[in-house]
Design a protein around this ligand. Sequence first.
Ligand SMILES: Cc1cc2nc3c(=O)[nH]c(=O)nc-3n(C[C@H](O)[C@H](O)[C@H](O)COP(=O)(O)OP(=O)(O)OC[C@H]3O[C@@H](n4cnc5c(N)ncnc54)[C@H](O)[C@@H]3O)c2cc1C
Length: 347
Amino acid sequence: MYDIAIIGLGPAGATLARLLDKRYTVIAIDKKKSKAGKCCGGLLSPDAQRALARFNICLQKDVLVDPQIFSVRVMDLDNHIEAFYQRFYINMNRAKFDDFLISLIPDRVETCYNTVCTRIDKEDYTSYSMELKTNGVTRTETAKIIIGADGANSIVRNTFYGNHKIHRYISIQEWYEDRTNSPSYSCIFDKEITDSYCWAISKDQYFVLGGAFPVKDSGRSFEALREKIKKSGISFGKAVKREGCFVCVNKRLTGTCTGKNGAYLAGEAAGMISPSSLEGISYAMESARKLAEAINENLQDVGRRYFMGTLGIRIKIIFKIMKMLFISNRILRKIIMKSGVKTIRAF
Ligand SMILES: Cc1cc2nc3c(=O)[nH]c(=O)nc-3n(C[C@H](O)[C@H](O)[C@H](O)COP(=O)(O)OP(=O)(O)OC[C@H]3O[C@@H](n4cnc5c(N)ncnc54)[C@H](O)[C@@H]3O)c2cc1C
């Protein structure tokens, strides 16, 4: 019996596995098979940079990609206007970033890759059992505490906290050979395509186009986006790969759930992601830090300490929900963009 089992080794799970005290026996599993990495824009926000700074972690340059971008071009296709805003992101390779965080996990944590958790049961008041599958072989492990750091379609959340509903969208990204002669980062708003938003970003020799779409007709919405972007005059080469995954879009605060009674959630599984920008790496690392603090004190009353510790994150999400309501409104967005507040002139 392990003290703690972590399902998922994205930024939340890897950070938690690194920070848990050495007095605990910990198993951490992830279903990842390849080095392809998660479908992600791969932009490290100032909040995520601050989280790394708090951990005194530096990034090696091979995690970064070309080019580093200093502005975002907002294309409002509903109102036919565009504006540029200064931004302070780091453009990076998401797969290498996740691998880097995993490389920091101490050896005392038992890590299992290519292993999917297919079922979880509460055994009694003090333990959970997990069914794990590796290369078709099934085994069962038990732990006193189970942590869902398993992203937008979390098995821990779906098993124990299905009543905390959260909107899930489908994200689709397609990578093309880059033909644009000026690399850029664009945010695209178009109500006919999605009530969330879409993006285009240059990464090394690729042009990446993506968006978050309501599940129904997500494929068709992506095709519509591609056609509109082509018509806008942006030219890109042959498609190289397409990727997709669920993404949580937290439209109500009830979508955030930290867990209780030995089954806790961290990162996107807990609904901790910005609904306006879909930025989630900082939330994943911060929630993992708070959960580690709560567990490292002792194993009693973890749920209350973790809930209280994440109050700041939940307040931040409330502001992001309000921001989302604002920017997804066509008229309000037009007023903001036309006002010129915080815009920069592009020459
Ligand atoms: C298209 C897209 C673009 C995004 N762009 C950005 C961006 O530019 N910047 C940013 O900050 N955020 C971005 N986000 C959000 C960000 O990717 C997530 O919020 C962040 O990855 C959450 O981290 P996590 O550790 O909670 O979950 P994840 O990174 O999703 O990790 C979950 C892990 O759990 C594993 N797993 C899942 N289920 C199981 C199971 N049953 N058994 C075993 N393992 C399992 C998965 O393999 C995965 O490794 C984007 C999201 C999407 C979808």
